[in-house]
Write a protein that binds this ligand. Structure first.
Ligand SMILES: Nc1ncnc2c1ncn2[C@@H]1O[C@H](COP(=O)(O)OP(=O)(O)O)[C@@H](O)[C@H]1O
Ligand SMILES: [Mg+2]
Length: 212
């Protein structure tokens, strides 16, 4: 019933670019799909996203941040992801709970077991069928993210402003999880050229989703 594909990686790793490649391939092959992102995906969840990413005059505790991302996820799952999977569609989500383990777990230092409790509460047994991890040196990814922010006339968000060590911890958790769940993860070297990244992604999609 359906296929749940998530895309993960640090800032600037190429997730949004990868999502474009995935959607184009799904269209060409003729799979019905729904695309979404986290935090976000519904009007309420997008509001929570803004709250997570913006600056506040008070301290945002790590647990508050964790609860906000899971509150957004609960909406996205119930309103968008589960209904689409029930209709047999492919759901493509830019970030999901692996990002929570990486950012709130690795980055902020929240115990993995506490995250697992919320994962069970919000998702039950729902887990991604496949996770594309765009792996990149955080320095390179952040340089790309900064370039994109300048291009779009924006600035770095609350998380993008973290120190480089934060992103090294994030990356390490992603890589640890990729080793722990080899059936779920496909690791793509995000430091390659866009054409090489695209070829690696299409190869992985063919292997898992075939030509219909
Ligand atoms: N493989 C690549 N090589 C060089 N630049 C890239 C590559 N992939 C993406 N980019 C560029 O880097 C920036 C960040 O890519 P993006 O896909 O938005 O990353 P993410 O969504 O992971 O933050 C964009 O300007 C994008 O065009
Ligand atoms: Mg992106």
């Amino acid at each position: 019933m359906g296929f749940f594909l998530t895309i993960e990686g640090c800032e600037g790793a190429g997730k949004t670019t990868a999502k474009g490649v995935v959607l184009q391939w799904l269209k060409a092959v003729g799979h019905e799909f729904v695309e979404t992102r986290e935090p976000g995906g519904t009007p309420l969840a997008e509001q929570l996203r803004s709250l997570v990413l913006s600056e506040h005059e008070e301290i945002v505790t790590d647990t508050t941040e964790l609860l906000m991302v899971f509150a957004a996820r609960c909406q996205n799952l119930s309103q968008r992801i589960e209904p689409a999977l029930a209709e047999g569609k492919v759901v493509v989500c830019d970030r999901f709970t692996d990002a929570t383990y990486a950012y709130q777990g690795g980055g902020r230092g929240i115990d993995e077991q506490r995250i697992a409790v919320l994962e069970q509460l919000v998702q039950g047994d729902r887990r991604p069928d496949m996770t594309l991890l765009l792996d990149i040196e955080p320095e390179l990814g952040l340089a790309r993210a900064k370039g994109r922010a300048i291009e779009q006339g924006g600035s770095l968000d609350r998380i993008e402003q973290e120190a480089i060590e934060f992103f090294h911890r994030v990356r390490n958790v992603y890589l640890e999880r990729a080793e722990r769940y080899p059936g779920q993860y496909v690791v793509v070297d995000g430091g390659q050229s866009i054409a090489e990244v695209e070829a690696s992604i299409i190869k992985a999609l063919r292997a898992r989703l075939g030509n219909k």
